[in-house]
Design a protein. Sequence first.
Length: 57
Amino acid sequence: MDSFAVNRGMIELAKKSNKTQLIINLTAVRTAGIRLNSNLIDLAQVVGDEKKTGGSE
């Protein structure tokens, strides 16, 4: 499914240029009350209303 994270999905694995890319929608994740390790967030492309801040609270 294309654009899963952009369309309110939480975590998407997308294949681009023969590589797997991690995409995280921080707004969806935080709305669900889920906390992610900052190392995981650093590896990902972050989408959603919130900007990449380097970690969860």
